[in-house]
Write a protein that binds this ligand. Structure first.
Ligand SMILES: Nc1nc2c(ncn2[C@@H]2O[C@H](COP(=O)(O)OP(=O)(O)OP(=O)(O)O)[C@@H](O)[C@H]2O)c(=O)[nH]1
Ligand SMILES: [Mg+2]
Length: 517
């Protein structure tokens, strides 16, 4: 049996950011022409986009590893590196994106709906962009960040106005072939249809889509046959048509029993509650409006059977149509009745707006990534270890070239600026203690040498003491003023730095608003 490919696991690696460049302008008779190292280019994002031409996830089944292009490094003479090529992966309408734990990240409905599945790494600033009043010729640049790596699960939930439901070989594919231009595989063995077929039907003024889905057997809602896969597709359709096989006189099945079995499956299929689109999720499957098509009435037995069960089904309040999908007989009344259901459904729930990008675009913080950081005291080999976790500190560490002392000093400044040093003091760290920024896999470990002059040293004394009280000489007013001036200058420099970063496109406006120095 062919693989059922409406669920794939994708392994994505977005492009890495290019490193910033350290370079000094060379001019005749001017040995120090100023820094002119360009910025690294950003790595390419990987984006999923709904595309009407794409109907299956088959290509991802065959090639689940995809990566975005890397950004080029910056060059001298203020030349920025090229951005890495982004990768757009076309997906079918109705693709649901989940993370490895099964959380729904995006529900892509409507042509053009997009989801940034893996963000490219930012390029690093070159030394030109890092120059500031207080640091005229930086001898370092920032490293480009690695592209995001992500494993995602894609599932299709077919989006159609009407779904055809029925036992295998009842003639669902034959029916969609008879009323639309769809040309699905039709055969006299069960489970011919493995992937839903979509067809567009025109009935008078009304145009609607019909999904021919895999056959359903008892136990489907517990996963039998193609069970759950099948039911997932039905979930998004506003109305259903039961296709009942009337050519079963010789067998132990009959249309009424088939109908009841399928109704029971629809009833026991739990609809995932997080789909807020009107029409799906909100209405249980067995409450959707539905019609009955008694198929194969071209067979003499079929016609007899249809007559036998018709009144029984009608007495249950159902509209019943006797058809032959094979011989294309009596299809129009059914087509128009389907159109009526579609129109009623559209009146109740207007077409959904195409979902635009669901998650934050690149270079915006993802959910949960705030300015905040957390410092935890841990123990390693009986020694204290202080762990710093937070979006910015971890990002800054990743941008740092630890071979370069100046770069390390810059990192220390940045950490101090957001209060990591203060935090370490408060958490009880003393100089020389081990500090890790980030997790064990990617973080860096170093012995802490505080750089501070912010008054945090007050807290560095043993608990219950205040170093101020032990100080012999108190600062004079002039000294205090000088200190204040110094701090003001440092703040101004920091602001200029942030400004340079923003001009270089490192932060978006959004980012900046929340950003403070
Ligand atoms: N005589 C007759 N045979 C039909 C009719 N409709 C379908 N068939 C036959 O029934 C068999 C199954 O038809 P399909 O359309 O593949 O059935 P299906 O419901 O799509 O089956 P699955 O995809 O396996 O769920 C084929 O051999 C068809 O030719 C009909 O109206 N009359
Ligand atoms: Mg079929």
């Amino acid at each position: 049996m062919a693989a059922f490919v409406d669920r794939v696991v994708l392994h994505l690696t977005a492009g890495n950011g290019g490193h910033g460049c350290v370079s000094v302008r060379r001019e005749k008779f001017k040995p120090l022409g100023g820094p002119d190292g360009g910025n690294g280019g950003n790595g390419g994002d990987i984006t999923l986009r709904v595309d009407a031409q794409t109907t299956t996830l088959l290509s991802y089944h065959h090639a689940p590893h995809r990566s975005g292009g890397n950004g080029e490094p910056g060059k001298g003479d203020n030349r920025d590196g090229k951005h890495g090529e982004g990768l757009v992966l076309p997906v079918p309408d109705g693709t649901v994106v989940k993370d490895a734990d099964g959380n729904i990240l995006a529900d892509l409905v409507g042509e053009g709906a997009e989801f940034v599945a893996a963000a490219g790494g930012d390029g690093g600033l070159g030394n030109a962009a890092l120059a500031s009043v207080k640091r005229k010729a930086p001898g370092f640049a920032l490293l480009g960040l690695p592209g995001e790596e992500r494993d995602l699960v894609l599932e299709i939930k077919t989006v159609a106005d009407i779904a055809l439901v029925g036992y295998p070989s009842a003639g669902k594919s034959s029916l969609i072939a008879a009323i639309s231009a769809a040309r699905p595989k039709i055969a006299d063995y069960p489970f011919t249809t493995l992937v839903p077929n979509l067809g567009v039907v025109q009935a008078g003024q009304t145009r609607y889509t019909v999904a021919d889905v895999p056959g359903l057997i008892p136990g489907a809602s517990q996963g039998k046959g193609l069970g759950l896969e099948f039911l997932r597709h039905v979930e998004r359709c506003a109305a259903l048509v039961h296709v009942l096989d009337c050519g079963t006189l010789e067998s132990d099945r009959d249309p009424i029993a088939d109908f009841e079995a399928i109704e029971a499956e629809l009833e026991s299929y739990a609809v995932e509650p997080d789909f807020s689109r009107p029409g799906d999720g909100a209405v249980p499957l067995n409450d959707r409006p539905r019609l009955v098509a008694l198929n194969k009435t071209d067979l003499p037995d079929g016609e007899a059977m249809a007559e036998m069960v018709r009144t029984e089904l009608e007495s249950r309040g159902l509209r019943v149509f006797e058809i032959s999908a094979l011989a294309h007989q009596h299809l129009d009344p059914l087509k128009y009745a389907m159109a009526e259901l579609v129109l009623q459904a559209r009146e109740r729930a207007p077409e959904p707006e195409p979902a635009v990008s669901v998650e934050v675009p690149r270079r915006r913080r993802r959910k949960g990534e705030s300015d905040e950081f957390e410092i935890r005291r841990e123990e390693r080999n009986l020694e204290p270890l202080f762990r710093v976790r937070g979006f910015k500190p971890e990002r800054w560490v990743a941008q740092t070239d630890f071979q370069n002392d100046e770069a390390v000093g810059y990192l220390a400044d940045r950490l101090q600026r957001v209060g990591v040093e203060d935090g370490l003091f408060k958490a009880g760290a003393t100089p020389g203690d081990a500090v890790v920024i980030g997790d064990d896999a990617t973080g860096v470990l170093f012995d802490w040498e505080p750089t501070v002059s912010t008054g945090a040293e007050l807290l560095a004394g043993p608990r219950g003491t205040d170093l101020r009280l032990q100080e012999r000489t108190r600062a004079t007013r002039a000294e205090k003023r000088a200190e204040q001036e110094q701090r003001k200058a440092a703040r101004a420099a920091t602001r200029a730095e942030m400004e340079a970063e923003r001009r270089a496109g490192i932060w978006t406006e959004d980012y900046d608003r929340e950003d403070h120095d």
